[in-house]
Design a protein around this ligand. Sequence first.
Ligand code: PLP
Length: 499
Amino acid sequence: MSPVEVLSALNPLDHFISRNFQKFSGHSDTSFDPVVKDLPALIDVATNDPAADNRLDDEKIFSSLPPLFRGHPEIHLRKGIIDAAMLGATSEVDAERAFFVADLSQVFRQHERWMKNLPEIVPHYAVKCNPDPYIIRLLAALGAGFDCASNGEISQVLSIGGVDPSRIIFANPCKATSFVRSAAKAGVNHMTFDNADELYKIARAHPGAKLIVRILADDSKSICRFGIKFGAPLEVVPSLLSKAKELGLDVVGVSFHVGSGCYDPTIYGDAIRRARDAFLMGAQAGYKFTLLDVGGGFEDARFETAASVLADAINLYFPDRKGIRLIAEPGRFYVSRAFSLAANIIARRAPMNEISLEPLDPRSTSDEPSVMYYINEGVYGAFNCIMFDHQTVNPYVLSLKGSFHVSSSEPLSLCSLWGPTCDSIDCVCKAVELPSALQIGDWLGFDNMGAYTICAASQFNGFKFSNVVYTTSKVGGDEVRRALCSFAAKGYGHGSGPY
Ligand code: PLP
């Protein structure tokens, strides 16, 4: 008997629904299946109580974008699973496709948090982190600026309308000449540099640019370090500034980046001190700097501490800052928690015992994973964050054996999770405890999937990008809709392009 055969049978959900589809779609009897049974009740609660966090009605605010639903993300995760089961019953290809639920209220709440803790610093959202069209529109409507790394990101932001190019900083210290030229054409003047070649390039392609010298910061306390690639050490700043003067360029300020995912916010204090030194070097070179850009790196869990370190350091090193504009380039802080992912278990395999080829018991208490589950998102897709962003992800069960209810007494066993491609590097979790009863057709959920996920996903092996369902939950939901509707009413955000 092969090891796979000792695993119990397939999740009966899709067989059952396909056999009973007539009955199911006619709503005649749904009592037999817990998933099907749960949904009408869920939707009833959602639609009948206008004050509930659960109203599911959608709104088409922008003609080129999918609708914006209401209701807690969890409801939409469940609804997506039900929809997938129904599609599966009609034999639709890719019916069980993984999907995200994005809660725009969460982005709004982060913006409020930012404004409360750092009211002096204008956030310029780092588009690279998640260039989602709703996120860009929402942040544009809320008055944020944008940090763009390329011509493409600049075009995306400007194409929605309503964002003046002065709200964009081209924050890539090493740009293609043609990108500098097109930034000039688009009226984007603020751009960073950290080397002399960039100055020659800008002198030719955009001599009227407002330049920001990116200095090297201590990035040793961050998950993703950038110092090996970007940032001028303070020792070279004076010569860079004198070269800029010689070329007739206008340097207006200083930026730094402490690295993405900064887990020791005290590092911002040191970076601000370095920035102050660079301001003094600017004065010595004959410039009067008017801009301080404190970069990104803000972690959700440590944000208040980072904000207080920053505010104290700014007070200490820039006590007289009249005439100095403060900006930042936060990325993950805004979007990380706003996206959840639902992925379907499409296959499973019992790992072979290499020596005896004996099957392993899936309920085994060994510290080796007992079952390999294959899900329909992997490291070539949204889970690229595992490789590029050094993340570990934490799956939880969304539906088990056709039910959304997972008892806390469900026996667990150690298993591994794999993406859908044919590459063995495509491993999502090497070892994780999940219910032993998980089967093909069950769904797993992953939270905190908004940052550096979708933006770097590929379609390797022909697997499509996962769709996004948009919603607003209770706290901040009305504010999001008001902001988006008023943005749309001014004629912005309706572009028919891909964004
Ligand atoms: N600014 C620049 C120049 C970056 O390279 C990045 C991230 O790569 C960010 C801002 C955003 O950083 P974070 O998402 O950590 O806030």
